[in-house]
Design a protein around this ligand. Structure first.
Ligand code: FE2
Length: 213
């Protein structure tokens, strides 16, 4: 009887492991840490419902497919349709949440700052150009500060779950332009939401990403 129970629990735990191939990463700060720029309510929905929902859906979709044993990065580079959409949204949200901080550096440093000043004129100009791109994006998507293989910076808008790696570009920062990211706090005022979000974007993350590209 004992061994039978042991066997059943082992099989159940193996099945469970297969079902939870990817797990949501916890936020690197408290849910209320970014308030009032991003409220606790928004973060709870954004992280626990939307992001975790993409993770769960991805696990469901890849079960029993050749993607099951692959890394998230491999999946986003080689999949399409529903698997791509969910995998990319997992990646995009982890990238987005990681760059936010209750104690952000509000400017980049040294080499990234030089590159920004050379190409855009100022940090303010980059912020404004990204905000404008977000306002101009029809529907849902993302606005990215990206760097190419030559070290050239640019701003990229992607629809829905689209991401820079599928365009051969390395992302440094992202604005989430899905309504779920701002609607509770800013309603239809997308421009205001983007403008305010910069108060919790930590440019140290962009510096790191730029140095490690
Ligand atoms: Fe989002």
């Amino acid at each position: 009887m004992f061994f039978r129970l042991l066997f059943i629990s082992l099989v159940m735990s193996m099945n469970l492991q297969a079902a939870v191939r990817f797990e949501p990463k916890p936020l690197p700060y408290a849910y209320d840490a970014l308030s009032p720029v991003i409220s606790e309510e928004t973060l709870r929905y954004h992280h626990d419902k939307h992001y975790a929902g993409y993770v769960n859906k991805l696990n469901e979709l890849i079960a029993g497919t050749p993607f099951e044993g692959e890394s998230l990065e491999d999946i986003i580079m080689t999949s399409d349709r529903a698997i791509f959409n969910n995998a990319a949204q997992v990646w995009n949200h982890e990238f987005y949440f990681e760059q936010l901080s209750p104690e952000p550096a509000l400017r980049p440093s040294e080499s990234l700052l030089e590159a920004i000043n050379r190409q855009f004129g100022s940090v303010e100009a980059v912020r404004e150009a990204m905000n404008q791109a977000a306002v101009n994006l029809f529907g849902s998507g993302w606005v990215w500060l990206v760097v190419d293989d030559e070290g050239e910076l640019s701003i990229l808008s992607t629809r829905n779950a689209g991401l820079p790696m599928r365009h051969g570009l390395t992302p440094l920062l992202a604005l989430d332009v899905w309504e779920h990211a701002y609607y509770i706090d800013y309603r239809n005022r997308r421009g205001d939401a983007m403008h305010e979000t910069w108060r919790v974007i930590d440019w140290r993350k962009a510096d790191e990403r730029y140095e490690n590209r």
